[in-house]
Design a protein around this ligand. Structure first.
Ligand SMILES: CC(C)(COP(=O)(O)OP(=O)(O)OC[C@H]1O[C@@H](n2cnc3c(N)ncnc32)[C@H](O)[C@@H]1OP(=O)(O)O)[C@@H](O)C(=O)NCCC(=O)NCCS
Length: 176
């Protein structure tokens, strides 16, 4: 179930995102970025600043129906012409590869449809082949657009190689 992230959820969400994006060793998820970006993906102050700067955006937690615990999150933000940006999609690494990511992505797409959105767009680091393939299996396509990696701005981690960029993926939502 998607619910809006409250202020007092932020410590849990930050820990979950950092483990999902940058976890290493036995507890890492299957597509951790730790091999090419070191350091944390986010902090409470960065998330608070994003929420303040983007009042149109919605940041959701996923509550597992069985445990009532936060087991994932997703950020959704309106763009132009029916498009919504989807970011920070993450599931608890201890619960990955069991269908939760697909469930969370579908719920996010359904929510966008309810808002009248017709497309979902996202950016993914270019070297994340297995993650891009995961999105392609969910109906996303690379648009051919790229965006520069923010070299020099280490707030979201420190890149360990010099050939990173973002590719833009998009999915046209089927009308209900
Ligand atoms: C991306 C993410 C949300 C997926 O969540 P999840 O709970 O693992 O997703 P699911 O269990 O629904 O799907 C698992 C899929 O991964 C595949 N998979 C598992 N291990 C894999 C591996 N080592 N290599 C390639 N694919 C793998 C499975 O085959 C399955 O694919 P399929 O259902 O298409 O056959 C989660 O891994 C995550 O939080 N990643 C880190 C944060 C991140 O980078 N988010 C994306 C930002 S753009």
């Amino acid at each position: 179930m998607l619910e809006r992230v409250a202020d007092d959820d932020l410590p849990h969400i930050v820990a979950l995102m950092n483990r999902a994006y940058r976890g290493s060793g036995a507890s890492a998820g299957w597509n951790s970025e730790a091999g090419y970006i070191s350091g944390d993906r986010t902090t409470e102050s960065l998330l608070k600043a994003d929420l303040l700067a983007k009042p149109d955006a919605s940041f959701f937690k996923w509550i597992a129906p069985s445990s009532g615990q936060i087991s994932g999150c997703v950020w959704l933000e309106p763009e132009a012409d029916g498009a919504w940006y989807l970011g920070s999609l993450a599931t608890d690494p201890d619960q990955q590869n069991a269908g939760l990511g697909k469930t969370l992505l579908s719920a996010a797409e359904a929510w966008v449809r309810e808002q009248g959105g017709t497309r979902v767009r996202m950016t993914v680091v270019n070297v994340r082949d297995t993650l891009i393939a995961w999105y392609v299996r969910r109906g996303y396509r690379t648009t051919g657009e790229t965006q520069p990696f923010p070299y020099g701005d280490n707030r979201f981690g420190t890149p360990l190689r010099d050939d990173l960029a973002f590719v833009v993926l998009e999915k046209v939502l089927e009308p209900v």
